[in-house]
Ligand binder design. Structure first.
Ligand SMILES: Cc1cc2nc3c(=O)[nH]c(=O)nc-3n(C[C@H](O)[C@H](O)[C@H](O)COP(=O)(O)OP(=O)(O)OC[C@H]3O[C@@H](n4cnc5c(N)ncnc54)[C@H](O)[C@@H]3O)c2cc1C
Length: 473
């Protein structure tokens, strides 16, 4: 990938000149925790080559993020050996720093930046990366450049917030041919031979992950997912399985949770263990080779997902109902006083203690697997609105449950998925209590359209045995 192709994905967030003398260029992998198909890393390689310097890749994990727990920590740590091996193959230095306790030092990045010519990192519109990218550039005296490596069509190609899928779809489709192209990683001119950062580095292996997690000052009650292990090689295994077994039937079976026809890519995309560009290319090529269409999958992976990134990029507070379309805000306000019966507390919802077996099963899926099937996830959200004292309470519960349990939570998709339940990116429907003109979903509809008995059985088995029968072997 040429430097000129990467420039439109890059933004300098301060005005410092390149530092000289310096020992290396620093790439801080905040969200794109991978080597392959990583535009930010490619940008950093070009910069290092231009400056005749080697490259250092820095990845950190702190105990201080909201709801830090064993599940999220384990998934991130499982990705580290793959990234370390990929960095070594590339000829880059690699430092992984684990901040175990709140009292531990919190300046690893600043120390590494002291000897860097420039810092390159991920342009990402939610979670910690958004906060870091707003705060850190002013504290450093070297160039701080963010690069979009999350979207197939760069976020910068959309000039404003899009109203819905139907407004962004033609724009993406017009540009897709230009961006859905094979990605060749540039080579580093200077291989890493320095010691910098060695004292900060924590070696991670499959064997020592439980011990590392146990040593961290985090919530140890939220256990690792029964279904998903982190890392680029796990992402690759899931992708291969999806291409061979599910892509062809995705269009017909994707809304049948018990059919397991979707890709399970969302945790891997969220932590950047795989790129959406690579997934899209592989799906397109596999479908071409086997003479069927991957259009429905590309619609979700590119159009819907990039609508979410567009929303987050152009929205100051993604955790708010104030950016819903006017019709949705008006209809929710009109029905704010409607009686709700039953009303469940956040604790009852968290523990899956409602009268609705299907809802309880989807909440249990979140607790056990770390994600809910996309179709039941819509139902899950709609019912929380129905059973909460107010839309604001419902929003809070949905975000909190995602923060605590979802491996793909805090993603742009998290917020647009949740806000879709309140009318975002949707249209008005027939008026009814509580929801007003916001789309409603019913238990009977779910029973009619899906094989919910098979799903209930699967979740019950998983809870009883502690084993996910659908975990990829
Ligand atoms: C209430 C609610 C909450 C949600 N929370 C999240 C979340 O926290 N994280 C998350 O990634 N997605 C979320 N979604 C969107 C969607 O449910 C998941 O992306 C999907 O279920 C992930 O499973 P998969 O990877 O097997 O999907 P697949 O069907 O295989 O799709 C492939 C990829 O396309 C993207 N995608 C699929 N559906 C959507 C969609 N509706 N909107 C945007 N992108 C989509 C995802 O990146 C997904 O990994 C939420 C939806 C709702 C209704």
């Amino acid at each position: 990938m040429e430097f000129s192709q990467l420039e439109e994905r890059a933004r300098a967030l301060n005005e410092h000149p390149v530092r000289t003398p310096a020992n290396y260029v620093l790439y801080w992998a905040q969200m794109n925790r991978r080597i392959s198909h990583n535009h930010a890393l490619a940008y950093a390689i070009h910069l290092a080559n231009r400056l005749d310097l080697p490259l250092l890749i820095y990845e950190g994990l702190t105990c201080t993020y909201h709801e830090a727990n064993d599940r999220l920590h384990t998934f991130v740590l499982e990705g580290v050996p793959d990234t370390a091996a990929g960095a070594a193959k590339l000829g880059a230095g690699y430092v992984f720093h684990l901040r175990r306790r709140r009292a531990d030092r919190n300046d690893a990045l600043y120390e590494l930046a002291q000897h860097a010519a420039a810092l390159v990192t991920d342009d990402y519109p939610t979670f910690i990366a958004r906060q870091h990218n707003a705060r850190v550039p002013q504290k450093l005296n070297l160039p701080y450049i963010v690069v979009d490596s999350s979207c197939v069509v760069p976020m910068s190609r959309m000039e404003k917030r899009e109203y819905a899928a139907y407004t962004i779809r033609p724009k993406i489709n017009r540009l897709l041919g230009q961006y859905l192209r094979p990605f060749v990683m540039p080579k580093l001119k200077h291989h890493w031979t320095l010691d910098a950062g060695r004292h900060l580095h924590v070696e991670v292996t499959a064997a020592n992950i439980p011990e590392l997690v146990a040593s961290c000052e985090i919530d140890h009650t939220i256990l690792p997912s029964l279904s998903y292990r982190g890392g680029s090689s796990e992402a690759e295994r899931h992708l291969l399985h999806f291409l061979k077994s599910n892509l062809k039937r995705y269009a017909t079976d994707r809304n049948q949770p018990a059919a397991h026809a979707t890709s399970s890519m969302s945790p891997y995309l969220h932590f950047g263990h795989i790129s959406s560009l690579e997934v899209a290319l592989r799906a397109r090529d596999y479908a071409l080779e086997h003479e069927f269409s991957a259009d429905e999958f590309i619609e979700e992976l590119v159009v819907r997902r990039e609508l979410a990134f567009n929303y987050a990029r152009f929205t100051d507070d993604v955790e708010s109902l104030s950016h819903l379309p006017d019709w949705a805000q008006a209809t929710l306000a009109k029905h704010a006083g409607d009686p709700r019966d039953p009303v469940y507390t956040p604790a009852e919802l968290e523990l899956a203690q409602t009268h609705d077996p299907l809802w309880n099963a989807s909440q249990r899926e979140l607790r056990l697997r770390g994600k809910i099937h996309g179709y039941y996830r819509m139902y899950w959200g709609k019912k929380i609105i129905e059973w909460s004292p107010s839309p604001e309470d419902a929003l809070r519960v949905m975000i909190d449950l995602h923060d605590r349990y979802a491996l793909d939570g805090r993603d742009p998709n998290t917020y647009t998925g949740i806000l879709w339940c309140f009318g975002l990116h949707d249209r008005p429907w027939t008026e009814r209590p509580i929801f007003g003109m916001i789309r409603w979903m019913s238990y009977d509809g779910m029973r009619r359209k899906t094989n919910s008995d098979a799903y209930l059985k699967e979740i019950m088995m998983m809870e009883r045995t502690g084993i996910d029968p659908f975990r990829l072997q």
